[in-house]
Every structure is written in C-alpha cells, then in structure tokens.
Design a protein around this ligand. Structure first.
Ligand code: 2RA
Length: 346
C-alpha cells in the first residue's frame, strides 16, 4: 500500500480528498497543512488524522510515495519541488505547473495515457476544465472539434472555504453574480486558463475557444452552457449517444442542476440540442461537483490510473503496490493509441 500525503488537508478540496481516499480504501495517509492548522485533527473515514505542518523539510523526508497538493500556487511552487526532489510523485491541483512542458495535465477519462509520462510532477486541471473536457473529449473523438464557446456559472466553493462561509452568512435574497478572478487584459485568469488547459489536454493547440466565467451564489457545483462546432456533422441524438457511453458522464434531461451533481462523481449533461446559427453546431448544459470530479476525485483517479498503468508511483526506484480502481475499467496506454490509455466506462 502506497504512502500518501494530502497537503492542504484542512481546506475545501483537502477535506473532500480525505473523505474520498477513505471511501476508496486508501489506508496509509498523512495530512499536512499550514502552521496555523498543525496539531489539529481532521476526519479520515471513521477515524481522525493529526495534521502535520507542511514544510519543505517535512515533505522532503522521502517517506511518502505520493502527495496530493491542494494549496495555493505560491505554496505549491515552494513545496512541490521539495517533495518531488525526494522521490515523491506529486499531483498538484494549483495552476503552478499545469502548462509547464513535461508536466502531464491529466483527466484520466480523456488523456490518462499522458500520466505515465510524468517525471515526478503531474498537474490536476482547473475544476472548470475537468468537467468541460469530460464532455468535449468524446465529442472531439466522434466528430472533431472546430470551435468552442462557453459561459460558466461557478459556485462559491471554487473560490475556497472563506467564500463558502461568506455565502452561508449572507441573506439568500441578496445573492449576486460576480467575476471575482484577476483579469489579464480583457480576460479573467479563469477564462484564459480554461482555454489553455483545454487545448493542452485535447492536444488541439489552435482550437478557437472563448469563455465568459461567472461566479453565482451556489455553494457547490459548477455549471456550464457550451456551444460547440464540429468538423463533421453530429446530430443531437448522436451527441447524446456518444456522451451517454462516455466515462464519468451522465445524461440528465431535460437539464441538470448543480444540486443534482453535488455528492456524485459524474459530469451531468442535458439540453443537448442543435445550434441552428452555425454549421455543425451543438449546444449543451453541464453540471459537476467541482470539489469532487472537479478537484479531489480527479487527482485520486490519476493515482489509481498510475497504479494500474505500470508507471512508477515514485521516482528514483520505489514503486507503490496498490490497486483501488478495477484494472478492467482502464484501457491500457498501448491499446488506445493517440494520447494513450484512458479510463473507460465501468
Ligand atoms: C474557481 N476554478 O471556481 C476555480 C477554482 N479553482 O474559481
């Protein structure tokens, strides 16, 4: 059984990570967080873990096979290299390494085969990107993507625990929509991340892509209205069939809501219809639990994917030995061609 560390264990994503690891049978798990939380206890299944301080020295001790990081970008830049240099495989959920050459940016259902190319660091995409590519990947395989446009409706949990607390304490009739990301020129960081990460994962570096991202007064669950144009014709019924057969996707009609998605592992999709304003146009509406598939679960699925793919779970010679995803649910890299193996529908 591999030795796992969860760094950022007391945050919104870290808490869900521990919950899911316990549910999926991981046992040898340690919790790390900032100095402020060190010494406190966090739930892990039916038991608790004492939180250790996440320092470069603690993470460089070489006694962890894998580490999942749910901390800010600046903290990841400091702590991830310390752990990786000691031989620990790091799965980082910040934006620090997502676009770095040589760092696989992985959604196992879409480009799982890229995970095995890691050199000690793998990146978990932005929550909005994960749910988007779970829908776009199968459509691209079926009909080729020519253009993507989307509008997002993102929950407070995407901005962290403090933002959730603010929403909880606010009178519900005072809810507002905002765009609370940093802006770079005309675009928010979230909008440009979505484009760059989608292009990297789908290996479509020139894909025309335009997004408007919006924060809405919903606690958990991100939603997206997606307009796609495909190279080849694909009817709404054809798209529905493709999506219904795709891993981690559930068709939910007439339309899904964030509340339907919360607590589940799938990306829900509905309102699959023709966009009559363009050639080969489709419109969809997707919802996902951004803390689960959008963050914690995707990173754990990367761990599970590595476990059965034969890739080293720790660089410099150590190799973990655990199999929490049924091996038959994975198409091995060699069999799937293209960008390699991927999770398939159980
Ligand atoms: C958000 N996608 O919802 C971000 C969180 N990583 O703001």
């Amino acid at each position: 059984m591999a030795r796992l560390g969860v760094v950022g264990a007391t945050g919104a994503v870290g808490t869900v990570t521990l919950e899911l690891l316990a549910e999926r049978g991981f046992e040898d798990v340690r919790a790390f967080a900032s100095e402020r939380s060190a010494g406190t206890r966090v739930a892990f299944g039916d038991s608790e873990l004492e939180v250790e301080e996440a320092t470069p020295a603690a993470l460089a001790a070489g006694d962890l096979d894998l580490c999942l990081f749910s901390i800010g970008t600046a903290a990841s830049r400091e702590l991830v290299p310390a752990a990786a240099d000691s031989g620990t495989v790091c799965i980082d959920k910040s934006s620090a390494y997502r676009l770095a050459d040589g760092v696989p940016l992985v959604v196992p259902e879409v480009n799982g085969g890229r995970a095995v190319e890691h050199d000690g660091i793998l990146a978990n995409p932005n929550c909005s990107t994960i749910q988007l590519v779970c829908l776009l990947g199968p459509l691209h395989d079926a009909a080729g993507l020519r253009r993507v446009r989307l509008a997002t409706y993102q929950s407070a949990s995407g901005a962290g625990s403090d933002s959730m607390e603010r929403l909880r304490s606010q009178d519900s009739v005072e809810g507002n929509v905002t765009m609370d990301w940093d802006f770079e020129g005309d675009e928010s960081e979230e909008e440009s991340k979505l484009r760059a990460e989608t292009r990297k994962i789908l290996e479509l570096p020139e894909l025309p892509f335009s997004a408007t991202c919006v924060r809405v007064p919903v606690l958990v669950g991100h939603s997206q209205a997606i307009w796609v144009e495909t190279e080849r014709p694909l009817s709404p019924d054809g798209a529905r069939d493709v999506l219904a057969a795709s891993p981690s996707v559930r068709v939910s009609e007439p339309y899904p809501t964030p509340r339907d998605a919360v607590g589940g592992d799938d990306v829900l999709v509905g309102r699959i219809r023709r966009d009559p304003t363009v050639e080969n146009g489709l419109v969809l509406f997707g919802c996902c639990d951004n803390l689960r598939k959008g963050a914690a679960l995707n990173a754990i699925q990367i761990v599970e994917f590595l476990s059965v793919s034969g890739a080293p779970l720790a660089v410099r010679g150590r190799r973990g030995q655990y199999f929490n995803t049924a091996p038959e649910s994975i198409v091995p890299p060699a069999a799937s061609g293209g960008s390699g193996g991927r999770l398939r529908r159980p």
